[in-house]
Design a protein around this ligand. Sequence first.
Ligand SMILES: C[S@@+](CC[C@H](N)C(=O)[O-])C[C@H]1O[C@@H](n2cnc3c(N)ncnc32)[C@H](O)[C@@H]1O
Length: 333
Amino acid sequence: MPVCIVVPKRRGESVRSQLLSEGILDLGHRIRAEGDNLLIPINVPSYGDFEVVEADSPAQERRPTDYREVADIPADLRDELPSSFDVIGDIALIKLPDSLMPYKCEIGRALMEVNGSIRTAFLDSGVKGEFRIRDLERIAGSGPSETVHREFGVSLRTDPSKVYFNPRLSSERARIASLVEDGETVIDMFAGVAPFGTVICRNADPGAVYSIDLNPEAERFARINAEKNHINKLFPITGDAIEVIQRLPIADRIIMNLPQTADRFLGCALGRLRIGGIAHMYKITECEGFSGFCAKLESDMAALGFGISVEASELKTYSPTMSVYSLDIRRES
Ligand SMILES: C[S@@+](CC[C@H](N)C(=O)[O-])C[C@H]1O[C@@H](n2cnc3c(N)ncnc32)[C@H](O)[C@@H]1O
């Protein structure tokens, strides 16, 4: 039987939260009322001056919140279960090492068991090709891979099997939106379903946002997203950003989220950016040589006739030696 302290009801809540914060509330058993008192289970022999009793408190079921607790796989493989996975709308995407492939369906089932809002789970074998589309295989649940993802007051319709979408960039999208001043012209060169453009239009007041992508599915979803979010200043365009950008007005801000190769497009972007404007570029590169990368960027742009200043921060780890960096590049001349 669990050890309980006898606490007058009027002090029950303050004592309960104190026990919780000290880590000595016994979460495996329920709190019981008895007359004017509460019997609060603890996992230490006593607490303060409170009377201690052994009480018949019913066990309390703790719902697991981590899929790793409920996945039925061999004990020697447990350490290989990924601690994180992506959730886009009501679908989960998980990457698995080869050793866990025989258990992929059980892992999908476990993801759905502990995350009640997930309708279907996919094995994610990484992004491929120019469109950066994910290679997906259903491992649990049912229904299409098309879904609606919500972030910062917008809903974004997308299908990760047809167009790139990264739910982990939501804070970055909010940061960029917070920088946009009234009436700005914004160009997103590699826009996908226009998550940057949609978040900007709903949370700031730009003059126009042009979202370009090579993938026609990106334009289709971007148009749906503009309509569903009641936006009339977002203009999705299908095509190669290098060509399309030449036909657009000079921009105050350009977004360049193509982290493998965005730097190759920087000269072209600066040519369409006003002096004083900012290019937000994302780049995957070696952590060790990062300051050298920035210095080379400055000298390469100087050779093209552009003066720039760069403010960079590490956005997330990409591999043991590489990271994704966010670079705010101001055109000075
Ligand atoms: C990493 S994704 C970024 C999508 C979006 N910005 C986001 O955050 O979800 C890069 C996108 O650039 C597109 N892309 C690749 N090369 C391109 C090019 N030359 N011109 C326009 N879009 C391009 C791909 O189709 C892909 O949708």
